[in-house]
Design a protein. Structure first.
Lengths: 425, 325
């Protein structure tokens, strides 16, 4: 197969090139492929960017346990349509991914998927924050990220022990920063809007307290720590300072935290209920500036499917979360004043390194590499249509939004899983 | 069309509001209109047969997902006095407990042929969501979580207007648990919209996290505010606030923010005392103060029916000539 007429962009730079792919690998990257073997499929990449496939550090694929909302099959299809060749599947499934057997189940489900599916393991048994999960057993099956995402590890002593234990395994702990006692069951950001709307809020400090604690514990233990979906100006400032002092921590932010504010909740539409909650305009500005100054390492989706009926409920009863896999790239290219190379760094090679997937994903587009690639038309204009999603769910808050930049083709180990914006599996 | 866009479409062809979800849907002029209509309906209520055919053939459904016998009875009486048919839905007897989504429930009720839904829910925003889902019915907010209770504020405006001749320039204090009060949110907008000066008197733990954009002053010193007031509006204190570390004790609350008999003596001549009910006698207000002449609590309840008649008539009865009714 040949990706013809595009401009290759990867961590090493940018150049016009045709990319020849055979047996799942990149065979040649040249200005113009001369000898195309007969019968080779040609995919048009004219006017497009050919890049390493995107890597999502944070997707809820809901399987096992909530197949009404999403399955590995449907979620990975949405991912491929969004340009992803690998996603980290969050462990807050039912049952949670807190044993080797549960890891095995998700890996097996991922065999036939449209992208690589790498489960994250839970830090504690049942994500209850009380007892360490078998981290070594799961690490032995290739798990590189552990998290109790959905909630933070509340007990500082447990988190300290998990971090100490993890240093021997060379794995990363990822924290959902939310001090439950201070958040107090708040359903949105606490501030001007929550006060006006009469909805219980959670203050920015509920996130920031745990960021502060975990930075201290990372210093104490030397554990590699990844901060999931940071959303406040204060959190980003603290982490930025810690990184400057040499601490080995990484940060992701989500598209909704750089595009939407708590003012959206004025509609009381649970589509805008998400955790961490949508914050203020000042926080959105801080997320955007942290993306451009390098304080943030990755854009992650926090793709969180929920059934229609669970979102047609009162705001305080509906579950938090919104879809993200199919819109993340378009939002980043449209909303952030960043060069495409920077967006790709944040969505491909940097997250690939954090997830321990750099040997297969996000690497330079060069001969001998696995052909996990996406072809992006940066000028394609499109309108988000929630009904057209490959996800089983429809909780997309961007319906009707105009975006510029869309995935044309996605290749998984040389197989075209998306061609001309259509899923092939 | 999304729920949000539908909810934005809040007026009919004649410019009358289609829904009453929050006081802002009316604005000061709309409140004035409701006050004038209420005058007519107070007169109707005094007739030997207190009933007019204004809404004959219309059906009003009350959807009370949270118990409130008083507000429900007040709305249903108002609808009946306008000759509307009344349907009652309460969550306990519904299929909500059977896993149906809120939207399914609302559309099922509307499909029975309903012209207006009076909605009460413990979660803020439900009436707005319902307004986004219904196809043709009008939605009246009968109290949603901590958000708004617009008809309560309207009957309070009417009650104050009758006693004081209007709200312009009056000094009104709203005292107590503002944070968790839908009544306070509606009253602040309504009172300030009609020109009153509003002061919130409350411990910091019972104020909203942010008062940005609220047309109010704040005080923590009831004694110093009290002598200057025309209206003291006391809010109900829920006993469960004690368990949430918002207050040390009921006793301390009463001592600091309760309208005790001693404080009642600080009231200026002609000042009135109001409360949305039900009153915790001895907590936010001393028992004997509730029964003094300064208290307008009984009038508030009495005016409730006429105000709700005015609201239903405004939303559903456009085109019907009230004078000939």
């Amino acid at each position: 197969m040949v990706l013809k007429g595009g401009r290759v962009v990867d961590a090493t730079g940018s150049r016009p090139a045709d990319v020849l792919v055979q047996d799942g690998e990149i065979v040649s990257v040249t200005a113009k492929v001369s000898a195309v073997p007969p019968g080779t499929v040609v995919l048009d990449a004219g006017g497009c960017v050919v890049a390493p496939g995107l890597v999502d550090l944070h997707a809820h694929l809901r399987q096992p346990g909530n197949e009404e909302a999403e399955t590995v099959e449907t979620g990975s299809r949405a991912a491929a349509l969004g340009g992803y060749t690998a996603v980290v599947a969050m462990p807050n499934t039912d049952p949670p991914i807190d044993t080797a057997a549960a890891v095995r189940e998700v890996l097996d489900l991922g065999e036939e998927a449209c992208c690589d599916v790498r489960p994250a393991g839970a830090i504690t048994v049942g994500r209850r924050g009380e007892k360490l999960a078998p981290l070594a057993e799961m690490a032995g099956m290739g798990v590189r990220i552990f998290t109790d995402d959905g909630s933070g590890v509340q007990d500082a002593r447990i988190m300290r022990r998990a971090m100490e234990y993890a240093t021997a395994l060379g794995v990363t702990l990822a924290e959902h920063c939310e001090d439950a006692s201070l958040a107090g069951g708040g359903h949105m950001h606490e501030g001007e809007w929550s006060s006006r709307l009469g909805i219980a809020g959670q203050p920015a400090e509920a996130e920031e307290l745990m960021v502060m604690r975990d930075l201290a514990l990372a210093r104490l233990t030397g554990c590699r720590l990844h901060f999931l979906h940071l959303s406040t100006a204060g959190s980003l400032a603290m982490v930025s300072g810690a990184k400057a002092s040499g601490l080995d921590v990484t940060v992701e932010v989500t598209p909704h935290h750089f595009t939407l504010t708590d003012a959206c909740v004025a509609s009381y539409d649970p589509l805008f209920k998400v955790n961490p909650p949508l914050r203020t305009e000042a926080d959105v500005a801080a997320v955007r500036s942290a993306l451009s100054d390098g304080a943030v390492d990755a854009i992650a989706t926090d793709h969180a499917p929920h059934t229609q009926e669970s979102k047609e409920m009162p705001f305080q009863e509906a579950p938090p979360g919104m879809l993200g896999l199919e819109t993340a790239l378009g939002l980043a290219l449209t909303e952030l004043a960043l060069p495409l190379e920077r967006v790709l760094a944040l969505m491909s090679w940097q997250p690939a390194r954090i997830a321990g997937l750099a040997s297969d994903h996000g690497g330079p587009v060069e001969p001998g590499r696995p052909a996990n690639l996406c072809v992006i038309d940066p000028d394609a204009r499109w309108v988000v249509d929630p009904a057209a999603s490959a996800s089983r769910s429809r909780n997309n808050p961007y319906g009707g939004r105009r975006l510029t930049g869309r995935v044309r083709h996605t290749l998984l180990r040389g197989e075209p899983v998306v061609v001309d914006g259509e899923a092939q599996r | 069309m999304t729920a949000t866009q539908q909810a934005e479409k809040r007026t009919d062809a004649t410019g009358a509001p289609r829904h009453l979800l929050a006081i802002d849907d009316l604005g000061p002029e709309g409140i004035g209109e409701v006050m004038r209509l209420t005058d007519s309906f107070v007169e109707v209520s005094r007739r030997p047969i207190p009933k007019v055919p204004a809404l004959r053939g219309k059906t009003v459904a009350s959807l009370f997902f949270e118990d409130s016998t008083r507000t429900r009875l007040s709305f249903e009486t108002a609808a009946r006095r306008l000759s509307a048919d009344v349907m009652t839905f309460s969550a306990g007897s519904s299929s909500l407990s059977k896993g149906e989504s809120l939207r399914d429930t609302v559309l099922t009720v509307e499909a029975m042929g309903v012209d207006a839904m009076v909605v009460r829910h413990s979660a803020a925003g439900v009436p707005r969501q319902v307004a986004g889902w219904v196809r043709g019915a009008s939605v009246v907010n009968a109290g949603d979580g901590w958000h708004e209770h617009p008809t309560q504020a309207l009957l309070d405006c009417y009650t104050i207007g009758r006693r004081k001749g209007g709200l312009e320039g009056l000094r009104i204090a709203i005292v107590g648990d503002v944070r968790h009060s839908r009544v306070a949110r509606s009253c602040v907008t309504a009172f300030a919209g009609l020109g009153a000066h509003v002061t919130l008197v409350s411990p910091p733990t019972l104020l909203p996290a942010s008062l940005a954009g609220w047309p109010v002053e704040v005080s923590h010193d009831f004694d110093s505010v009290l002598p200057k007031l025309d209206v003291v509006y006391l809010l109900r204190l829920q006993k469960e606030r004690m368990t949430e570390a918002l207050l040390p004790s009921l006793r301390e609350y009463t001592a600091t923010y309760g309208l005790t008999r001693r404080r009642a003596e600080l009231l200026a001549p002609g000042a009135i005392v109001m409360h949305p009910g039900p009153v915790n006698r001895g907590v936010e207000v001393a028992a004997e103060v509730v029964d003094m002449d300064v208290s307008a609590v009984t009038e508030q309840v009495a005016n409730g029916v006429a105000v709700r008649m005015a609201v239903l008539y405004l939303l559903l009865g456009s085109g019907v000539d009230l004078a000939s009714a």
